[in-house]
Design a protein around this ligand. Sequence first.
Ligand SMILES: C[S@@+](CC[C@H](N)C(=O)[O-])C[C@H]1O[C@@H](n2cnc3c(N)ncnc32)[C@H](O)[C@@H]1O
Length: 360
Amino acid sequence: MYDPIVYLLETPKYHLLKIADINLFSGWVFNFGEQKIDSLNVYVDGQLLDNFAVNLPREDIAAYVPSIPAVKTCGFSFELKITSEIKELDFAIVFADKSQQQLFKFDIANIVQQQKYFNQLNKRLSLIPQPKPELVYLTQGHYSTDEYKNSIIPGVMNLHKYLKHVGVDLSQIRSLLDFGCGSGRLLVGWHLLAPNIELNGCDLNSELLGWLQQNIFKQCIKNNLTPPLAYPDDKFDLIYLISVFTHLSLDIQKMWIQELTRVVKVGGYILMTLHGEIYVRNGFWQEPDKIQQFLDNGYIESGSDNGSNYYASYHSLNFIQQMMVGFELIGYFPNGTMDNKRNIFHTAQSQDVYVFVKNR
Ligand SMILES: C[S@@+](CC[C@H](N)C(=O)[O-])C[C@H]1O[C@@H](n2cnc3c(N)ncnc32)[C@H](O)[C@@H]1O
């Protein structure tokens, strides 16, 4: 089963929360299930602080979710003063029938503790070149340079969380590959958060890769739609693919699994994000046969221009597990959730997150 609650907290991101100041909490949230979301309750250390409407127009989000009329007004925006005495903010969804469900928690105490560190990170991040809106669109499907830049640190913090959760010791990761790195969004995050790791990235898009090589990471390489990669055998401790197989046909995904198997060490990890059932139900709401095909076979694909955002593939847990021959699945985070709890920030919106280890 998938998590029907789809959301994005656009501001403030984790590392940008201002302590002893007023913060604007803005974003959007909708339910892919039956009940409409009416509002959000915000609790401060267990005490209800206030209730805020979810009713602002978000035609930009509605364009991607035509099947649910409520998405047209799924936005929220309110100000809260955050003091260093607060430990935790708890956001709860209030449905139309007044029932409630936890959305996510904002761990303020941890941010207060790490404020100096976050300030340093923000300073270092501000010195790194950022791509123009047209390049942002090619990897994110939107033109917001702010959302792109502000997603870098939480995106990689999330990756660390997933890896640590399945027992990966990050200090043992010496060399990693961001396969389908685009303009280097997440590589920048690793550079800031884990500066001792050797960073490598590759992508087939010359515009994105050319910009990345010229502006940030010279060592990144361009590859073709199909293998090989110009790396020796057993090079990487970790390879991650954030929304990459989601844009490739099955035959090409299989070729890449073989090639990635070659370049990852035995005992090394592959983390990937994939479109699961909620994406199928959203994308094919007018094609019940296609939904049934996914439910029967665990896989569908559609579109044109393999490797671009115009091509889309969808995987079930069983299907990807069978494809990853020679690997053991050690982490499955449906829609990015961890232990049935939603993360406050995403690495790849509501995609499923998988972690595999190479065992032979
Ligand atoms: C949705 S974007 C995600 C980019 C990046 N991983 C991120 O999270 O910001 C998908 C990326 O995969 C790249 N890609 C698709 N097929 C590829 C292939 N066969 N080899 C390398 N990169 C590929 C695209 O060019 C694009 O940059």
